[in-house]
Design a protein. Structure first.
Ligand SMILES: *Cc1c(COP(=O)(O)O)cnc(C)c1O
Length: 231
């Protein structure tokens, strides 16, 4: 199937859930995907691109940004503090902030650039898996209270990565947990903290995520097909 057909299929699946595809932001996850295919996706209507590694994102961003200046770039992977400067140059939304140290580095870097606040999402480890990044759910409020005092950051929501599971239903409790947490945070009315986005749901579980309140899904294989195996 072509990328165009895959996108049509995704929209149909969202409609089958009784939802308007316009209300769910779709991010094309382009790790390992060559620039030509990313361009095809953009021409087929993709407006948001997500990458995991800054090193991989830089050449793709440089190849595409002039021709497609309106594409929004999302940083999805773990971000090291020494890469923050580059990340701020290439990405519009950093979805993987999970510590005060990282947030402070983003805040400091943004202040030296001036201009607006950096939009970020807080990554929450809802599965409790030791291999996953993300702040623990019970520590998220404390982290948000600290970040809400930073002058050059604006929190726009939460992100989570559910566990790989043979049965996608196993992901549902993680999505529920993120949604509940976002409701709790909303009630706190912290300055510079908005719960506009719940970034959850990937190829195997996006329908479950949407049922549980996701309004931002991150799809790789559903758009581009199977990724080549890791070397
Ligand atoms: C790879 C990846 C995705 C997309 O995965 P698919 O299963 O191919 O849809 C989404 N989010 C993150 C953080 C990823 O690393």
């Amino acid at each position: 199937m072509s990328i165009k057909e895959n996108l049509r299929n995704i929209r149909e699946r969202i409609k089958s859930l009784g939802r308007d595809p316009q209300d769910i932001k779709l991010i094309a996850v382009t790790k390992t995907i060559p620039v030509e295919l990313i361009e095809q996706a953009i021409q087929a209507g993709i407006t948001d691109v997500g990458e995991n590694k800054i090193q991989e994102a830089i050449p793709k961003n440089e190849a595409l940004k002039q021709k497609y200046p309106n594409v929004t770039w999302h940083m999805l992977g773990h971000l090291q503090r020494n890469k923050v400067k580059q990340a701020l140059e290439k990405f519009n939304l950093i979805q993987s902030v999970d510590s005060e140290r990282l947030a402070k580095e983003i805040d400091d870097r943004r202040r030296t650039i001036g201009e607006r606040r950096t939009p970020i999402l807080i990554e929450v480890n809802t599965s409790g898996e030791a291999t996953k990044y993300g702040v623990k759910p019970e520590e998220a409020v404390k982290l948000l209270q600290l970040i809400s005092g930073f002058a050059s950051i604006q929190v726009q929501g939460l992100m989570t990565i559910a566990p790989m599971a043979a049965d996608p239903e196993k992901t549902r409790p993680c999505f529920k947990k993120l949604k509940t947490l976002s409701e709790e945070i909303k009630k706190l009315n912290l300055p510079n903290v908005k719960m506009k986005y719940l970034s959850m749901g990937m190829t195997d579980d996006f329908e479950i995520a949407i049922q549980e309140g996701s309004n931002m899904i991150r799809l790789g294989r559903a758009i581009f097909g199977q990724r080549p195996p890791k070397l």
